[in-house]
Design a protein around this ligand. Structure first.
Ligand code: ADP
Ligand code: MG
Ligand code: MG
Length: 875
């Protein structure tokens, strides 16, 4: 097999074989750019190396030697020659860009004799010695594994002895001393002399690159970025050019466009009289690339032309490394540059305008997840901040407010018009009203999938979790971090995109869709066939979803409407009612409130469908906390004795106990509430229709969809649909107003998916509630799984992803595909959507497109992400 390719033999399409760096060096060589000549050892050789238990494949070194000979002929220099030595760089290069692998070795080929030849042939002794000491340092570090700081301290000691500050103040004689010390350092450290034979140097370096494929940093990096272990790395061997040959030499890196704004301008830095690694190494402060125009105008012009050419050739923003040797420019690397979301959008849109890429390509260029932080309120990047701790960036966006330490206080202060940040060790479902009321959530425990994180993301609220540096003092409303104390009512800010916790109210900027962003989304809309709706429980959220381009509301949860302080006591009355009359009386009071709620949302979405889910959660979620009630009762027993208040509380406790369930997730909830308390659903349906009539009378166009949650089959559905239809008939009769509505169901239990054909005979739409469907299909309760065992599944790769974050295509997905097919077999025009976290997750959205859903629905702030992802699913 052929293991080695000359640059002339490759091209940009050969990344798997030649690695990214090599493939692009080949490409640039072939389009005539000034690239120092060289060759590439393929990733196949690396794979073979591992197959043979870390042995260089037979014949590999012969092939390399053959290619060295070709280089020698081309350049008129010879490896190891004492008059005119060839020097090369040895560079690793995986098929995907992978920091964390072996560092590059420059100036390979130098030894005690060739260094003198280099001095003579360049007429610059100091330069030659500078190259040699760099080489010993790099080789000693990355190939022989002597720690870099040891070389550093030898160099520092030399500067101290000379009383100088900078490397360039050292003389040739100094370098000779440093070199001698470097060599003896290596000998003492690894009991082996620094190798003098250039071929041995080369062999060791190639082996070191292969070895580095499995060093700890590389392995961890691949794991995090889901890069397969079996790709292997290539090795690039390339003739050296020297940026350290005086003031007409230099080295730098540049982007063809601004990587943070996307602006069309060459953006970069360089250093004169420096080798490549100096620029990134931070030894000296580099100069902005524009200054090259003054230093070396001819080179600058040439460089700008090359930037332009590469940008057009690759039709993407490039990140370029270059070196100038005595006024001659060389390009040493190009690759697609990393960029911020803002820059990604700007560049994609500009490139369409410049005729470089199509709209489809532009839409594919931007990573949907990356848009996330552009879509939230964020801290003014210019502001000076007092950051006191950093936790996990669990839900993006920023918030400022008074620190509060329990959900009730959060709700109380919020009702008084205060902005609050809820600070807890961790949150539970009992804190939900506090989370609703707070601007943001901060927890000291729990990971990215903790309750706080999941709920906050669902609501589009900023959240920093697992911030272990903050200590909440027992039950006292205080936390400390280092020597800072934050009390209830003190102002703090959190940045859910970076995890920062900030003292005081940080200045904020509102999210806005830039004109470029709008254009990109419009192109996405032209491409996609999947509709995007928003999940919203309030008119404000609905309006936000609409502003971001939602074509309707895919999930309006009515339970949040029950949580408000004015509602909760009535809701509790209703739940605790001993008889139907008491319950009806409470419902009578709730009716006008719900009517107003629905009026608001239907109005905000005028002309677009709003899918309203009837009451879903277990009732005890609306009742007081049992622990607190206990405390109250005990206190009353001690202080007041037997009073009516005490008796009332004891009675309450008894009822709450009676309502409490062993397994609420599978308990008395969803449409089971409608089965046992039909008057609750009847009230909700009536409120929807009354609101509809109100709006019609005002000339609006409400489009209500009534959704029945958690059904298991047709029987249940039919029973409940009749009540909805009855409520509609009553409202029509009472008001004399005709209106349209549809009734459908969530498919969130396996039995419903299995019996979807029967259900679809009656239901006009399906919405896959994939949060519950995932719980019930896997038999994992989300709150327990994420905290207790799921991480092990992911570590051991027993599951590819967290199924609550990325839809489990294999299992849950199969049920969905089946449910759609069965449903459409009895009702061909069945409307099908998805709600729940998956509806805003790009990979899950792709699946929804593939199985032929009509829409996905997600939190308002993810609507633009979903629009883009839906388009990408189609390209
Ligand atoms: P990385 O992948 O870490 O950027 P590189 O292999 O690109 O590593 O090289 C590190 C530095 O060495 C870069 O600045 C590069 O430009 C420089 N370099 C690599 N090969 C040569 C060469 N043949 N001549 C001069 N400088 C080189
Ligand atoms: Mg590089
Ligand atoms: Mg559900």
């Amino acid at each position: 097999t052929k293991y080695v390719y000359r640059f002339e033999e490759g091209n940009a399409g050969m990344k798997n074989l030649l690695g990214g760096k090599g493939a692009n060096l080949a490409e640039m060589t072939n389009i005539g750019l000034p690239v120092p000549p060289g060759f590439i050892v393929t990733t196949e050789a690396c794979k073979e190396f591992y197959l043979q238990g870390r042995r260089l494949p037979d014949g590999l070194m012969d092939e390399i030697r053959e290619h060295i000979r070709l280089l020698e002929q081309k350049l008129g220099k010879v490896l190891g020659d004492e008059q005119n030595p060839l020097l090369v760089s040895v560079r690793s290069g995986a098929p995907v860009s992978m920091p964390g692998m072996m560092d590059t070795v420059l100036n390979l080929g130098l030894n005690d004799r060739t260094v003198e030849g280099l001095a003579r042939s360049t007429g610059d002794e100091r330069f030659a010695l500078d190259c040699y000491r760099r080489f010993i340092n790099m080789f000693g570090d990355v190939v022989m594994h002597v720690e870099h700081y040891q070389f550093e301290s030898i160099l520092q000691a030399q500067k101290d002895r000379r009383g100088v500050q900078h490397d360039h103040q050292l003389t040739a004689a100094d370098w000779r001393e440093v070199i001698a010390r470097y060599k003896s350092l290596i000998e003492t450290e690894i009991r082996r002399p620094f190798p003098q034979d250039p071929l041995e140097q080369l062999t060791m370096a190639v082996r070191a690159v292969f070895d580095s494929w499995y060093n700890d940093r590389a392995v961890v990096y691949r794991k995090i970025h889901r890069i397969p272990d079996d790709l292997g790395t290539a090795v690039n061997i390339q003739a050296m050019v020297f940026g350290n040959m005086g003031e007409d030499s230099g080295s730098g890196v540049a982007f063809t466009r601004n990587p943070s704004t996307g602006e069309r301008e060459v953006y970069g830095e360089y250093l004169t009289n420096a080798q490549g690694e100096d620029v990134v190494g931070g030894i000296r402060t580099p100069k902005p690339i524009q200054e090259l125009a003054a230093d070396l105008p001819e080179v600058y012009r040439q460089f700008r032309d090359i930037c332009e050419l590469l940008d057009r050739h690759y039709r993407d923003m490039q990140d370029i490394e270059f070196t100038i040797e005595r006024g001659r420019l060389y390009i040493l690397q190009t690759r697609n540059g990393k960029r911020t979301a803002q820059a990604a959008i700007r560049i994609a849109v500009d490139m369409v305008d410049e005729g470089l890429i199509s709209r489809e390509e532009a839409v594919v260029r931007v990573e949907p997840e990356q848009l996330d932080h552009l879509l939230h309120r964020h801290i003014d990047p210019e502001a000076k901040l007092d950051v006191i701790a950093t936790g996990l960036p669990a839900s993006p966006g920023s918030a400022a407010g008074k620190a509060v330490f329990d959900a009730d206080t959060a709700e109380k202060l919020a009702q008084e018009g205060e902005k609050v940040i809820l600070v807890r060790n961790e949150t539970t479902p009992d804190d939900i009203h506090g989370i609703v009321a707070a601007q943001g959530i901060l927890t000291s425990r729990g990971g990215m999938t903790s309750h706080a994180a999941v709920v906050a993301r669902g609501m589009g609220k900023p959240c920093v979790c697992g911030c272990e540096a903050i200590r909440i003092k027992g039950r006292e409303p205080v936390f400390t971090v280092n020597d800072v104390t934050v009390r209830q009512g003190d102002l703090i800010s959190i940045d859910g995109s970076t995890g920062r916790v900030i003292l005081g109210a940080a200045p904020m900027l509102d999210p806005e869709l830039s004109p470029e962003f709008q254009r990109l989304l419009e192109w996405a809309d032209e491409i996609r066939t999947l509709e995007v709706r928003g999940n919203a429980d309030t008119p404000a959220d609905a309006a936000k979803a609409r502003e971001f381009g939602a074509a309707g509301i895919g999930l309006c949860r009515t339970e949040h409407m029950f949580m408000g302080a004015d509602r909760l006591p009535i809701v509790q009355q209703m739940i605790l009612a001993d008889d139907e009359d008491t319950r009806r009386a409470a419902l009578e009071k709730l009716l006008p409130m719900q009517r107003e709620d629905f009026y608001g949302i239907l109005k905000a979405m005028d002309g677009l469908p709003v899918c309203i889910r009837l009451l879903d959660p277990p009732l005890h979620e609306f009742l007081p906390d049992i622990e607190e009630l206990h405390v109250d009762i005990t206190r009353l027993q001690f202080t007041a004795g037997d009073t009516p208040e005490l008796r009332e509380k004891e009675e309450l406790l008894r009822k709450i106990r009676a309502l409490s369930e062993c397994n609420p997730m599978l308990g008395h909830r969803g449409c089971r509430l409608g089965i046992t308390y039909p008057e609750v659903y009847a009230m909700q349906a009536r409120a929807v229709f009354l609101a509809t009539v109100d709006l019609l009378r005002e000339g609006h166009h409400p489009v209500p969809e009534v959704e029945i949650p958690l059904v298991i089959d047709r029987n249940e559905f039919v029973f409940l649909k009749q009540q909805v239809d009855q409520a509609a008939a009553e409202v029509r009769a009472e008001t004399g107003v005709e209106f349209e509505y549809t009734v459908g169901t969530m498919i969130e239990l396996p039995r419903a998916a299995l019996l979807a054909d029967e259900i679809a005979r009656e239901a006009e739409f399906f919405s896959f509630g994939t949060n519950d469907l995932t719980q019930t299909t896997l038999g994992f309760s989300r709150d327990d799984a994420e905290g207790k065992f799921l991480h092990r599944y992911l570590e051991l790769k027993l599951l590819p992803d967290n199924p609550f974050a990325v839809l489990d295509r294999k299992g849950v997905g199969r049920l969905i595909a089946m449910g759609i097919e069965l449903g459409r077999s009895t009702r061909p025009d069945l409307l099908v959507g998805i709600c729940g976290e998956h509806g805003g997750e790009p990979r899950s959205i792709e699946f929804c497109h593939q199985v032929g859903m009509n829409y996905v629905s997600c939190s308002p702030y993810r609507v633009p992400i979903a629009r883009l992802a839906a388009a990408q699913a189609r390209v």
